[in-house]
Design a protein around this ligand. Structure first.
Ligand code: SF4
Length: 179
């Protein structure tokens, strides 16, 4: 399936982002900054708990469907096909569809660097909906520049000032940003 071990070592060391960071990049860069700096209010937030519950009930009840952790990425579950692996993410709703797309694009890009071909599926069980996605050159170009920008945010000491968005009230950092 593709690249050599030497390629892996060289390429993979440049990929520090976690999938959730790619997701937050699209949702809110303040949130991304806070998360990266371990200002962790997320764990006990209701929306986060709901997501975990959904996940456990619908997708992790059989041995086939286990979270797969590969270095810095954690894929919700995978199905192994003949020529590629199918990687799955499970989301509560499709309200943040672009963020969800790029999270799974990042996983496919990461796996490609490991020499593994993959295709992505985003599952929205509450809406009985699935979206399939394949890595292409356009996505590779975009994810490369997003990764670069995320690393700039990681290396910065300056908090990104919060700006109000329609979903701020559901965010675990709301009090932090606006009280
Ligand atoms: S409350 Fe709003 S501005 Fe603050 S981190 Fe959350 S989404 Fe971003």
């Amino acid at each position: 399936m593709g690249n050599s071990t030497i390629d892996f070592e060289k390429e993979i060391n440049t990929l520090n982002a976690r999938g959730i960071e790619i997701n937050y990049y699209f949702i809110c860069k303040t949130k991304l900054f806070l998360f990266m700096n371990n200002i962790g209010l997320e764990k006990n937030h209701e929306n986060v708990k709901l997501g975990k519950l959904l996940h456990e009930n619908r997708y992790n009840s059989s041995n086939k469907n286990k979270e797969v952790i590969i270095d810095k990425i954690a894929i919700d579950f995978i199905n192994i096909k003949d020529e590629y692996i199918e990687i799955h993410e499970v989301k509560k709703s499709d309200k943040m569809e672009v963020a969800d797309y790029y999270q799974i694009i990042y996983y496919m890009y990461y796996l490609k660097k490991l020499g593994i071909n993959s295709k992505g599926v985003i599952n929205y069980p509450n809406q009985n909906k699935k979206k399939e996605i394949e890595l292409n050159n356009e996505y590779i170009g975009k994810i490369t520049s997003i990764i670069k920008e995320i690393e700039e945010i990681r290396n910065s000491n300056n908090i990104i000032p919060p700006t109000k968005k329609k979903y701020c009230k559901k965010c675990a950092y709301y009090e932090f940003c606006f009280s």
